[in-house]
Design a protein around this ligand. Sequence first.
Ligand code: DUC
Ligand code: ZN
Ligand code: ZN
Length: 475
Amino acid sequence: MLTLIKNGTLVTEEKSLTADLLIEDDKIIQIAEKIEIGENMKVVDATGLFVLPGGVDVHVHLDLPMFGTVSSDDHYTGTKAAAFGGTTMVIDFVSQDSDDLLKNVRVLKEKAASKAAVDYSFHANITHLTDAVEKDIPLLVKEGISSIKVFTAYNNRLRLQDGEIFKVMRIARDHGILTMLHAENGDVIEIMVQEAIEARHFSPDWHAKTRPSWGAVESVMRASAISAMADAPLYIVHMNAGGEVDLLEYAQTHGLKVFGETCPQYLFFTEDELAKPDGAKWICSPPMRTIQDQVRLWQGLEKGIVQTIATDHCPFFFDGSKPIMYEGIPIAIAGKELGKGDFTKIPNGLPGVGDRMPVLWTEMVGSGRFTANQFVKLTSSNPAKLFGMYPQKGTLQVGSDADVVLWDPNKNLQYGVAYSQQRTDYNLYEGWNLKGFPVSVFSRGELIVEHGKWLGKPGRGKFIPRRPFNPDCLG
Ligand code: DUC
Ligand code: ZN
Ligand code: ZN
């Protein structure tokens, strides 16, 4: 099967050029100024469109149990929503449900295989360290998993102690595994939440008040120092505080291999959202911060201190007692209403996997602050490089997977649930005016979204085994 995309403007992290792009089956096989139309070629006219590599979202949670319910996008609905927003590769997390890490991986692989509609991989959470777990960590690489996540928050549940993080990082270093960090101060959070409850502060704004940004800042510094002492690379997930950018820059100027990720919610919203009547919609961990934090995060992206923008997609219904229609069937999943009257019971997490690319395009490229190439770098190429998938993913090259998005830079729309396809009853960007939107999405050569129509199906997405981490992957 041959598909010829003609006359589009190809955009990679390095350059933009008007060219034709030929796909055979699942791969890009030719890029040239002019490719002659041959027999049996399906021709797609991309005049006036940008041709982008599919987005790579390296931080999503699908079908994640929490607070007696489950996040409302599973491996089908979440990857379908990703595709509608121009993202063709996602990385989910394997919870440490048992101390047999390989079993946990196999269980999740099996669950995702029949559902995923675009390609996917997993990071492995390390939340309980035993001798057996230490022995298993290196074996993850053979399973195609070259990244693990550790936490300095969630005491007695997910958190590792500093010495354990040090041990884990050394093992990871020796086996080409990148350690990712959820940076918050678990001890302080425990005390502040307890005090808030005793003082009968139950409204959603107390979620942010009990998780101060200094906890994130000191955790980034602490983990950077541990990474220096372990001589191991480190990747900070969901950076939300300006001080985290300061400390990441400090670590980088001292020669450390430390990298950072932020998410749209931290770039566009503040903790003030939590004080609104529907504030529960914005509850996630870590919480959103202040305008000053946003300014520093944007600077971090501009200066290359922060290398990726992912989503931490983990949606819940705002009112899970009222069904929405999904693919013609009513569905309701218990969500944020579980914490009505008590912020500690509101499931933590937000929708975002489908929103990321369109919202960022308008705000970054449309505003003139970033080039289309920088957009591709932050949302696709850098994530693919850091997580061992480049150039299979994250670029348009001969030999790359044909994950290709035709992007109409002139399409104006009022965004919201009508467009986003995430399986929840609200959208954080409801009513935002966007300019620029994906019109056609190819995943490994197969057209799965065309002008708002879904052509994909569950189970067509493939698990992508990832290579070991390369410390020089960003050049
Ligand atoms: N934060 C959230 O808000 N939800 C899921 C996991 C996480 O780190
Ligand atoms: Zn996290
Ligand atoms: Zn997360």
